[in-house]
Design a protein around this ligand. Structure first.
Ligand code: FAD
Ligand code: PHB
Length: 391
């Protein structure tokens, strides 16, 4: 089998890249190790920047997003039992859209199916070869048979645990990592959200986040210990802990109900440099991870593949390698800004086991400064709503 671009991984990065390439007349095959249902069952991000919505628009996948996505003009910060609103729209002129990663993935999958584009699900033993030369290939097994997919380029969109980054010689790659001493326990439930907008809460007992997927479906998180287990948390225990960490007016508005999903995610910051190795490009979680506090993971995955699609388009259309050569630098400039913001917002809102009372006082002083200063609020808002693609 032969294609122009072999994409490894059918998460949001791989699917969006496939859609953007298709719009430019570039042929791509996606090879994914899981089933489509498995990919759709993973509950992850929920907040889309305008830039991400723009890329989905370019990919022709925004009909449902525009109908069902919830535009949010701001967010709320809770600390010391009080609520403070940060008005994104007034401070930056921009808003974000609340629309789940599952829905983005479903829309991209449906569009791919409707266009008759090839995705190989449940591919086993996926490996990548020859990307340091002119004839790269992706090999895999499916239903017991061995397959070889020859291509001009490989896009590594296979997430943090994928095979593409791991196939780069150690001498060619540098990684930077910080593992946080806690995780997030998340719950999804068919109950109306407590507030119209998201609430990020700093509390003595630990961080809590009120998020949502629709007017009838809520997503809540509480900071938990790294070695905590989902099985230890009944739904009632979760709702009690969540409410303890929220100001009274929010806690009283939390509607409870049975969970549809409950999971624990560890928090990590990670960057691999560079993001291009000959004819292999890394994109999304394959190249970098941010703690979810800044809601940047999915948005970075989208901007990476936005740059990559543009670079590949210029290669095929203009025979120019300039954008391909610039890919890694352009992405990494954006990635490090998001890493800084996500690390800072995590540091400001979570309980750290080793910073003690002084650390907590500093968090409160900084939160006070943040909500009291228009300039400081604007910096938070600018980072949260994200940068345009030119940056
Ligand atoms: P992924 O979504 O990880 O997709 C990679 C795909 O590659 C997967 O389908 C995988 O099955 C496939 N794959 C892996 N290995 C191989 C292989 N060897 N061969 C073929 N295919 C392979 N971000 C937020 O903004 N907010 C959140 O609340 C949030 N929660 C998260 C919770 C968890 C548990 C995780 C892991 C991430 C979370 N994120 C969150 C981050 C966000 O979901 C990711 O940044 C986003 O999914 C990145 O998309 P991606 O396509 O790069 O990677
Ligand atoms: C989510 O809805 O899952 C979500 C929203 C905002 C975040 C992280 C997760 O910062």
């Amino acid at each position: 089998m032969r294609t122009q671009v072999a994409i490894v991984g059918a998460g949001p990065a791989g699917l969006l890249l496939g859609a953007l390439l298709h719009k430019s007349g570039i042929d791509a095959v996606i090879v994914e190790q899981r089933s489509a249902d498995y990919v759709l069952a993973r509950i992850r991000a929920g907040v889309l920047e305008e830039t991400t919505v723009g890329l989905l628009e370019q990919a022709g996948c925004v009909q449902r997003l525009h109908a069902e996505g919830l535009p949010h003009d701001g967010t709320e910060l809770a600390f010391d039992g009080r609520l403070h609103r940060v008005d994104f729209k007034a401070l930056t002129g921009k808003r974000v859209t609340v629309y789940g990663q599952t829905e983005v993935t479903r829309d991209l999958m449906d569009a791919r199916l409707a266009a008759g584009l090839e995705t190989v699900y449940e591919a086993q033993e996926v490996t990548v070869h020859g990307f340091d030369g002119p004839t790269p290939e992706v090999r895999y097994r499916k239903d017991g048979a061995a397959h070889v997919l020859r291509c001009d380029f490989i896009a590594g969109c296979d997430g943090y645990h994928g095979v593409t980054r791991a196939s780069v010689p150690a001498s060619a790659i540098t990684t930077f990592e910080k593992v946080y001493p806690f995780g997030w326990l998340g719950i999804l439930a068919d109950v109306p959200p407590a507030r119209d907008e998201l609430v990020y809460a700093n509390h003595e007992r630990g961080f809590a986040l009120c998020s949502q997927r629709s007017r009838t479906r809520s997503r809540y998180y509480v900071q938990c210990a790294l070695d905590d287990k989902v099985e230890r948390w009944t739904d009632d225990a979760f709702w009690d802990e969540l409410r303890r960490r929220l100001p009274d007016e929010v806690a009283q508005a939390v509607a409870t109900g049975p969970s549809i999903e409950k999971s624990i995610a560890p928090l990590r910051s990670f960057v691999a440099e560079p993001m291009r190795f000959g004819r292999l490009f890394l994109a999304g979680d394959a190249a970098h991870i941010v703690p979810p506090t800044g809601a940047k993971g999915l948005n970075l995955a989208a901007s990476d593949v936005g740059y990559l699609a543009q670079a590949l388009c210029e290669f095929y259309r203009d025979r120019s390698e300039a954008a391909i050569d610039a890919y890694s630098t352009r992405c990494l400039s954006r990635v490090w800004k998001a890493e800084r913001f996500s690390w800072w917002f995590t540091s400001l809102t979570h309980r750290f086991p080793d910073t003690g009372d002084f650390g907590r006082k500093m968090q409160h002083a900084e939160l006070d400064y943040l909500v009291g200063s228009e300039a400081a609020s604007r910096v938070l808002a600018e980072n949260y709503v994200g940068l345009p693609m030119g940056h």
